[in-house]
Design a protein around this ligand. Structure first.
Ligand code: BGC
Length: 737
C-alpha cells in the first residue's frame, strides 16, 4: 500500500514537471522497499516517541544522546551504550560493530565474507540475508544496534577498509546496502550506515579534509547513502572522521541538515563515529544527534549540553528532536518493545553454512584458459596447494570489521595458530588469519583419491613475511611433480593501519615471485587471491586460471574448493576495477603519495568511469566475471514509459552446458557536460539451466537519467541517453536509445 502511494505521488510530480522544458523540480526517487516500514507504523511510532519525550526529564534526555560507557567498558564487548529510562519502559540500547559479523570483543561470532565480496555477488536477496544473519547473532549477544553498514566508495583502490565497503559504483553499493539494512532491521536490530561522507581513505583518517564539489557529491558519494536511507530507512547514519569541504562531517550542516534531514527527509538519528565529534553547540545545531565515546574527548556530555542550553546556544526543542529521533527509531524497529537480551544461543553451524554460501556466490572467476577449471577430481593424482597459509587459515580484514572465532573466542590471528614471534591477538592487531577453513583439507575431501600436498608459509615467523628462497624452491619442486598447482596469494589490509602503499603483492611479500616460479614449471597453475582490494597481476598471462575470493570468511576453504571443482559455478562480477598498474588509478598522481586533504579532482570520473573517460584499459574491468557456462544476449528494446522511466528489455540465454547465473548490467551514456561515457543504472541476476533463456527487464528511473544541476541546485533530467547492456562495463553486448 505504502509503496503504491509513493509511486503514484512520484509519477504525478514527474509528469507535471516534465512538461517544463526537460527540467524537473522533483523526480521519482528511491521509494521504500522495506517490508517492515509502513506509513501506519511510522505514524504510530512518531506519536509514541512524542509522548515519551513529553514525559522525560532533562537529565533523562541528556543521558539519551551520549554513550554511557567509553568504548572499552561497554558490556558484552560492544562499542557504545545508551542508558534507558526504566520508569518509562525505555530499555538500554547496546550497539556493536558488525561489518562482517559481530565485532563484540568478548563474545564468539561468525566471520562472514567481507562485504566487498558480498557486492561482487550482485545479489540483492543475498545482501538482505547477510544483514539478517549478522543481526541474528547480534540479538543473541544482547545488541539492539549493528554498526556494519559501511558504504564509502572505492575511490582509493588502496584504501585500507575497502574490504568492509561495497565497491566503486554508487548504485550497486547503495542498493546492496539498502538490502543489507533491511535484512538487519527485519530482526529488530537497528541498522547504521556509515561513514557519512567522503571517508574514502585511511591516510590522515582522523581529520583529512575531503574536497568534493557538490555535483560529484550528489551524483557519486552521497548517492549510496541516499538510496539506503530512502529505501531501507536505517535507524542511524554515522558521520565520519574527516572534514567535508573544510567542515568536520559531524558538524557539517550542509550534509547533515540540508541534504540528509531536509532533502531526503531522513527521520532517524545521526551518530558520530568514535571520536569524530569536535564541538557541542556547533555539532548539535548542524544535525548531530548522538555522540559515541572513544574514551577521550567528549562534547555531548550532560554537563556540556546543559551549559549550551543554559547559554542559549542549543535550544530545548533541538534536544527534544535528538531524543525523539532515537525513540522513534527504537519504536519503529521493534527494539523498544522487544529489547535484545544477551545469552541467546547461536547456531554457529548454520551460520557457517550461510557464510560458505555467501562466499560461493561472491567469488569472481577472472581467467580460465582452455577451461582449466573446473578441476575433475577423477583425473588428478597429485594436487599442490601453495602459499597463503592455505593449509591452516584464510585471511580476514582488520580493525572494527574483524570478529571473534566461534570456537576459540579469539580474534582472527591468534585462534590456535602460532606465528613465530607474532603475539597479536587484539582487535586492531596484525595478522588477521581465520583458522577455521583450511583449503587443503577441503580439496582433499573433494578429491579423496588424489594426494594433496602443501608447500608454503604456515610456519613463518610473520605471516606475511617474504618467502625464503628455500620455500620457493620447495614450492617449485612440489608443483613440478603435481598435476595442478593451486597458488594462494593474500593481501592483508585493515582499519587504522593506513592504506596499502601499492596494489602489488610484492608489498608486503614476494608473492609475485612465488607465482612466477610455480607457473614456470607447471602449465596448470591456478591462482586464488584472498584480498579486500584489487591486486596487480604481472603474472596474469603465465597462469592458466585466476579466482578472486576476497576475504572469504570462515566458510572460505570449502567454498573455494567447491568453485575449483565445479560443485559451484562462479557467478560473481567485480564491484571494483582491477588496474594493470598503480599508475593507472585515479588517485596515484605522480608517485602514489596519499593526499592528507584529498581533492576529488577526477570529479565524476571515479572507478570504471575514470578508465572509460581516459581510455585506460584495465586488467579486469568493473562488472567483469566469467562462468563455467556461456551466456548470449539478444533483442534489446527500450520503452519510454509515461513519467520518464525507461523499460529496458532484452533476452539472455545460457548457451553452455551447465547451469549458471549471469548478471546483465544496464549502463547509460548521459549526453551532458562532465558525465562519464557510461554509468551503471540497473542490473539483474538471473540463474538459468543450459539452453534456457530469460527475458530481462530493467527499469531506469528518471533520476538515474539525471544530473545534478549546480546552477539550479537540483536534479535535471537529461533526455536522449544511450542505453548499453553488457556482461561487464566494457563487454557491451547490446545498445539502443
Ligand atoms: C570506525 C567505525 C566503527 C567505530 C566503532 C571507528 O574507528 O571508523 O567504523 O564503527 O570505530 O568501533
Amino acid at each position: 500500500m505504502q509503496k503504491k502511494i509513493w509511486a503514484a505521488l512520484a509519477f504525478t510530480a514527474f509528469t507535471c514537471a516534465a512538461a517544463n522544458a526537460g527540467i524537473t523540480n522533483f523526480l521519482p526517487d528511491f521509494s521504500p522497499t522495506s517490508a517492515v516500514i509502513n506509513a501506519f507504523d511510522s505514524a504510530v511510532a512518531h506519536r509514541r516517541a512524542d509522548a515519551l519525550v513529553a514525559r522525560m526529564t532533562i537529565d533523562e534526555k541528556l543521558q539519551f544522546i551520549h554513550s554511557e560507557y567509553a568504548m572499552a567498558n561497554v558490556p558484552g564487548g560492544g562499542g557504545g551504550y545508551i542508558q534507558g529510562v526504566p520508569r518509562l519502559g525505555i530499555p538500554d540500547l547496546n550497539m556493536v560493530d558488525s561489518s562482517t559479523g559481530s565485532g563484540s570483543t568478548s563474545q564468539p561470532s561468525t566471520t562472514f565474507p567481507s562485504t566487498i565480496g558480498l557486492a561482487a555477488s550482485w545479489d540483492r536477496g543475498l545482501s538482505s540475508d547477510y544483514g539478517k544473519e549478522v543481526a541474528i547473532e547480534l540479538r543473541a549477544q544482547g545488541f539492539g544496534m549493528g554498526l556494519g553498514g559501511g558504504v564509502n566508495l572505492a575511490r582509493e583502490p588502496r584504501g585500507g577498509r575497502l574490504f568492509e565497503f561495497l565497491g566503486e559504483d554508487p548504485l550497486l553499493a547503495g542498493e546492496m546496502l539498502a538490502e543489507r539494512s533491511d535484512g538487519t532491521q527485519s530482526q529488530k536490530v537497528i541498522a547504521t550506515i556509515k561513514h557519512y561522507v567522503g571517508n574514502e581513505q585511511e591516510h590522515n583518517r582522523s581529520g583529512g579534509n575531503s574536497q568534493i564539489d557538490e555535483r560529484t557529491l550528489r551524483e557519486i558519494y552521497l548517492l549510496p547513502f541516499e538510496i539506503a536511507a530512502k529505501r531501507a530507512q536505517p535507524g542511524s547514519v554515522m558521520c565520519s572522521y574527516n572534514e567535508v569541504n573544510s567542515i568536520y562531517a559531524c558538524e557539517n550542516s550542509h550534509i547533515l541538515n540540508d541534504v540528509l534531514k531536509n532533502d531526503w527527509h531522513f527521520e532517524g538519528q545521526v551518530q558520530s563515529d568514535w571520536g569524530a565529534t569536535h564541538s557541542t553547540a556547533n555539532a548539535i545545531n548542524a544535525g548531530l544527534d548522538e555522540e559515541e565515546d572513544v574514551g577521550s574527548t567528549v562534547y555531548l556530555t550532560p554537563d556540556l549540553v546543559k551549559q549550551a542550553i543554559a547559554n542559549g546556544s542549543v535550544s530545548t526543542a533541538r534536544l527534544d528532536d535528538m531524543v525523539r529521533r532515537k525513540l522513534y527509531v527504537m519504536i519503529r524497529t521493534g527494539v523498544m518493545d522487544h529489547p535484545a537480551q544477551p545469552g541467546g544461543t547461536i547456531d554457529f553451524a548454520a551460520a557457517n553454512a550461510f557464510a560458505q554460501s555467501v562466499e560461493e556466490q561472491s567469488m569472481v572467476l577472472l581467467k580460465n584458459d582452455n577451461n582449466q577449471l573446473p578441476l575433475s577430481a577423477g583425473s588428478l593424482s597429485r594436487v599442490a596447494v601453495i602459499g597463503g597459509h592455505a593449509d591452516a587459515a584464510v585471511l580476514t580484514g582488520g580493525g572494527s570489521g574483524n570478529t571473534r572465532d566461534p570456537v576459540t573466542g579469539n580474534f582472527a590471528g591468534c585462534g590456535g595458530l602460532t606465528f613465530g614471534t607474532s603475539t597479536g591477538c587484539g582487535w586492531w592487531t596484525n595478522p588477521w588469519l581465520k583458522v577455521s577453513t583450511p583449503l587443503v583439507s577441503a580439496i582433499h575431501a573433494l578429491a579423496p583419491s588424489a594426494q594433496v600436498s602443501f608447500a608454503g608459509n604456515s610456519d613463518q615467523s610473520s605471516p606475511f613475511a617474504a618467502y625464503t628462497q628455500a620455500q620457493i624452491n620447495q614450492a617449485v619442486a612440489l608443483a613440478r611433480q603435481s598435476d595442478v598447482a593451486i597458488v594462494v596469494v593474500a593481501q592483508p589490509a585493515g582499519e587504522d593501519f593506513g592504506d596499502l602503499q601499492s596494489l602489488s603483492l610484492a608489498n608486503p611479500s614476494n608473492q609475485d615471485a612465488l607465482v612466477e616460479a610455480v607457473a614456470a614449471v607447471n602449465p596448470r597453475t591456478i591462482v586464488v587471491v584472498e584480498s579486500g582490494n584489487p591486486v596487480l597481476m604481472p603474472w596474469k598471462d603465465n597462469v592458466s586460471a585466476i579466482v578472486e575470493a576476497w576475504y572469504p570468511g570462515e566458510g572460505g576453504g570449502n567454498a573455494i574448493a567447491n568453485v575449483l571443482f565445479g560443485k559451484v559455478n562462479p557467478s560473481g562480477k567485480l564491484p571494483v576495477t582491477f588496474p594493470v598498474r598503480d599508475q593507472d588509478t585515479p588517485t596515484w598522481g605522480t608517485n602514489g603519495t596519499f593526499e592528507s586533504n584529498p581533492v576529488y579532482a577526477e570529479k565524476l570520473d571515479m572507478g570504471y568511469r575514470w578508465y572509460d573517460a581516459n581510455n585506460i584499459t584495465p586488467m579486469f574491468e568493473f562488472g567483469y566475471g566469467l562462468s563455467y557456462t556461456h551466456f548470449s544476449y539478444s533483442g534489446i528494446s527500450v520503452a519510454h514509459l509515461p513519467g520518464g522511466s525507461l523499460d529496458v528489455s532484452f533476452k539472455v540465454r545460457n548457451d553452455g552446458r551447465v547451469p549458471g547465473a549471469e548478471v546483465p548490467q544496464v549502463y547509460l551514456g548521459v549526453p551532458y557536460n562532465g558525465e562519464p561515457p557510461r554509468r551503471l543504472v540497473g542490473w539483474n541476476k538471473v540463474a538459468m539451466n543450459p539452453g534456457e533463456s530469460r527475458q530481462v527487464h530493467v527499469t531506469v528511473t528518471p533520476r538515474m537519467q539525471s544530473v545534478w544541476d549546480t546552477s539550479r541546485n537540483n536534479w535535471r533530467y537529461v533526455s536522449g541517453s544511450t542505453v548499453y547492456v553488457g556482461a561487464s562495463s566494457r563487454d557491451i553486448r547490446l545498445q539502443a536509445h
